[in-house]
Ligand binder design. Structure first.
Ligand code: GTP
Ligand code: MG
Length: 209
């Protein structure tokens, strides 16, 4: 994918706020603080496009980033962190589940992001089951692998496969880093393939690329 343009489009707290223009979504899901927003910035090569923070709960609404004026990266608030304020935790489910249900036909691919240093949580596995139940194509990406030694990386590679198995678009979880760019080429290939498939299905032309 050649990125010609990328920009913040909008943040949505309510369904009415979601963009109405055509084109598919590639959505980032995962626990708070795993590095979803950082990955969006790094994939697009723009610092601070999506806001990040060392504290969990930075992203608190559904954020749309328009890429090449033809499709969206969608950054969701993370789940499963006790220190996130109660009000945020309560609004998470309707916000995220509502988004997934409403935009279901537009979702070309979900990236289920986990932290490579931690085992899968029950919520991660619930998310995976949700995506499968809703028949949303997804791939698991384990990030922050720059923090692992080579031997730890090999170990994580095996345990991720045991915990998550294959996804709809990939034989195994992908190891990535938003610091070193490791694995981002592989992640882009999954995104490109999923977008092409979505455009084929929808019968629309491949927009601006
Ligand atoms: P929420 O918005 O709370 O759901 O978090 P998030 O998943 O969007 O995480 P965010 O991108 O804000 O990153 C959380 C912290 O992890 C920040 O301090 C980032 O700098 C750090 N981080 C993200 N990706 C990486 C990575 O690949 N390697 C390392 N070492 N740190 C990372
Ligand atoms: Mg975030």
């Amino acid at each position: 994918m050649k990125i010609k343009t990328s920009r913040f489009d909008r943040t949505a707290f309510r369904p009415e706020d979601e963009p109405k223009v055509s084109g598919p979504d590639v959505v980032f899901l995962g626990r708070s603080n795993v590095g979803k927003s950082s990955l969006i910035n790094r994939l697009l090569g723009v610092k601070n496009l999506a806001r990040t923070s060392a504290r969990p709960g930075r992203t608190q609404s559904v954020n749309f980033y328009r890429v090449n004026e033809s499709w969206f990266f969608v950054d969701l608030p993370g789940y499963g962190w006790a220190r996130v304020p109660e009000s945020v935790r309560r609004s998470w489910k309707p916000m995220v589940e509502g988004y997934l249900d409403r935009r279901r036909p537009r979702i070309a691919l979900a990236l289920l992001i986990v932290d490579s240093r931690h085992h899968a949580t029950e919520l991660d596995l619930t998310m995976k089951q949700w995506l499968e139940a809703k028949e949303i194509g997804y791939v698991v990406a384990a990030t922050k692998v720059d923090k692992l030694s080579a031997s730890a990386r090999a170990r994580v590679d095996r345990s991720l496969l045991e915990e998550f198995g294959a996804s709809t678009v990939s034989e195994r979880p992908i190891l990535v880093s938003a610091r070193t760019d490791r694995g981002l080429g592989g992640l882009w290939r999954n995104v490109d393939t999923a977008l092409d498939a979505w455009w084929d299905r929808s019968g629309t032309r491949h927009g601006a690329g």
